[in-house]
Write a new protein. Sequence first.
Length: 239
Amino acid sequence: MISGMLLFDKPPGWTSHDAAQAFRRMLPKDTKVGHCGSLDPIATGLLILLVGPLTKLQARMQKLDKVYSGLLRLGVQTDTGDIAGKVVAEKQVPPLTIEKLRDLLISHQGTLEMPAPAYSAVKHQGRALYYYARKGIEVPPKPRKSTVHRWEAVSYEAPILSHRLSCSSGTYVRSLAELLGERLGCGATVLTLRRDSIADFSTNEALCWEKAKEMSRQELLAALARSFDRLKESKILFA
């Protein structure tokens, strides 16, 4: 029976479902392929794909801590929380230093409760929030608790802030960007986003699509077989 794990470096423009579907087509018919934690289309980086019986680990692996990096655009607010959305407000960015931004990001470390973005897969009455958002239907806010382990301002060249975030599962970077924008009084939105790692799995060991699409089925099956050693190293199978 075909089973295993693939670490995939998702390119921009793809949904997580697109990634699972692409590998499903490369495997024998009716092989199950699932992903562990969605990445927005504008985001790139690590997506864990589980194949066959190993899909039963999906819920467990979705709870693993994650590390992101990327750029935030200050002074702009969009309806989606990222630059792909419709701009709903623009304001002048106040004078800021990298030191002030570092202090501000550090102040957000800890356990936070924030509303899930309107354009997210969080459910309301059985449907994802993005279903209602696309139809212009208002729904009650869906508060989500998460933990920010470390939030670092890497560099700042107005109005672009480069940052790095280590956080628990369930943390929405778009929600954090909007929270930061509120604190600054000018709004903020996600410009770029990359998931660098999930627990001890990283993009350094992930397969890019350019390489994956050139693989034969036998090469892909061999990669799945090797993945069990990696899972044993991470102790996920024994957690």
